[in-house]
Design a protein around this ligand. Sequence first.
Ligand SMILES: Cc1cc2nc3c(=O)[nH]c(=O)nc-3n(C[C@H](O)[C@H](O)[C@H](O)COP(=O)(O)O)c2cc1C
Length: 210
Amino acid sequence: MSNVLLILSSPRGEASLSTKVARSLADAIAGQRDASLTVRDLGANPPAHIDSEFVVAATAPSENPTEAQKAAAEESDRLIAEIAAADTLVIGAAMINFAVTSPLKSWFDRIAVRGKTFRYTETGPEGLLKGKKAYVVMASAGVYSDGPTKAIDFASPYIRHMLGFMGITDVEVIRVEGLAFGAEAAEKAISGAMARAGALAEAHGQALAA
Ligand SMILES: Cc1cc2nc3c(=O)[nH]c(=O)nc-3n(C[C@H](O)[C@H](O)[C@H](O)COP(=O)(O)O)c2cc1C
């Protein structure tokens, strides 16, 4: 059975466009087959920022962990189990101050754990979450897909890198961008992203059927 994991991370609740497009894509992919869909809304329920208890639990676990260390390990393990069980990942990402939202950063901080999602080998790091497909829906007021502003998009290259670091290299980015460039441009950006999401969902289904 196929498992789709939808990660949402906007602070804008129902107004979020990354959520709208990512949800539509995840629903379309999950609806094609007998797939389960798990939704983790990091915007609504942000993972706590990592702290010293997490660092001990993740990097040098004690034989007698404190309650806080146990809780930190459990939270990481729960989030890691969720992504490990998924074959398809859909991430809705809002650009906030040229980067990802802090809940999405905290999620990556909690799941990038040595020995669980990556390991070090003699030739460098190796991701352990292989064989997954990821779609990243990136919403922004400005346009970052091309031109001089491409260099100040610290969100999508970061997401792509973190996924690759953990072994997820098949990543498609769908942009909902230029949302601040007037109502017409915004409408065009949203309808273009929705159409792209529809086409990607169809291609996803065809690839699985082939
Ligand atoms: C606090 C804040 C900071 C933002 N920073 C940026 C930014 O650096 N660059 C940009 O293009 N848009 C920025 N935006 C606009 C958002 O990216 C835009 O509203 C987008 O639609 C957010 O994604 P969402 O619709 O999924 O919530 C910012 C919005 C807020 C509320």
